[in-house]
Design a protein around this ligand. Structure first.
Ligand code: AG3
Length: 285
């Protein structure tokens, strides 16, 4: 097909990728850490890319953000103190504050410009960043957890890909510090890339996670604008199983108006295809 208009392209492998028709570019600049571009697409709303990789579109961001937040929060008995690392667009925090038990959210984002742009142009995502329960810190998440001990109930790592500034959030040392920062009964969720397009990243990440956390499970969700359309997330804990400890009563009581996550998805998302199971269990062989 011949494309005659302005388009955004992200290659997911050498020969295939995503194409989005654009209406215009809203802003484009180099932050202190990365390249930031914001576009208005033809039919996916605004699109934010960092280092030329899709981070969010207004149309499908709800899927990723609901899953990375509600799966860990509804697995925890009583989440009060939450840490979000990354997530500068604010989508994760927007979901976290829907939980009545949550009293405090520390959001640690390395790049202040992402928050600034999101506050200015992406209000449906950044809408809770000024919530009094939310404390924003523009710091490196890797350093943040170095001196925390027995402190958070839930940690959510809403990072970029494991390249450049995202790299430190995929290391064993960082995972050890996260485990130390969690209270008993604490859980961690992180974004763990595409098992189809980046099997080597997924394998390496789960190998490291399994060396650190006694319980490590993968859950998935389909995100149309991410590589392969199916995205994976890690669920890690010392002592919480996401299915056995699922707080379904609380889920029902809250009656949140969500668009992707529900109690069936909570359980079903942990069923992963055979090739993925083999990939993440390789470390046990
Ligand atoms: N964080 C995960 C984005 C990874 C997408 N990777 C890619 N397009 N190659 C998204 C941040 C949303 N708060």
């Amino acid at each position: 097909m011949i494309d005659d208009g302005l388009t955004y392209t992200e290659f997911h492998s050498k020969g295939m990728g995503l194409i989005l028709r654009l209406k215009r570019c809203i802003t484009s600049f180099d932050t202190k850490f990365q390249r930031l571009d914001l576009y208005e697409t033809l039919d996916f709303g605004k699109l934010l890319t960092l280092d030329n990789l899709v981070m969010v579109t207004e149309k499908d961001e709800f899927i990723y953000h609901e899953m990375i937040a509600h799966v860990p929060l509804f697995s925890h008995k009583n989440p009060e103190n939450v840490l979000v690392i990354g997530g500068g667009d604010g989508g994760t925090v927007r979901e976290v504050v829907k939980h009545k038990t949550v009293k405090n959210v520390d959001m640690v984002e390395i790049d202040e410009d992402v928050v600034k742009i999101s506050k200015k142009y992406l209000p449906t995502m950044s809408c809770e960043l000024d919530n009094p329960k939310v404390n924003l810190y523009f710091q490196d998440g890797v350093k943040w957890v170095e001196d925390k001990e027995n402190y958070y109930d839930v940690i959510i790592i809403d990072s970029t890909d494991p390249v450049s500034i995202g790299e430190g959030l995929f290391t064993s040392e960082f995972y050890r510090n996260c485990l130390k920062s969690l209270k008993p009964g604490g859980v961690l969720a992180n974004q763990t890339e595409s098992p189809f397009h980046n099997p080597e990243w997924v394998e390496a990440t789960y190998k490291k996670l399994k060396k650190v956390f006694p319980i490590v499970k993968m859950f998935t969700a389909y995100v149309p604008t991410y590589p392969a359309g199916v995205w994976s997330f890690g669920f890690c804990s010392k002592d919480v199983d996401p299915i056995e400890n699922f707080q379904e009563e609380r889920y029902k009581e809250y009656n949140l108006k969500l668009k992707y996550y529900n109690n069936d998805i909570h359980k079903g998302a942990f069923a992963v295809p055979q090739f993925v199971k083999e990939l993440i269990n390789k470390s046990e062989v």
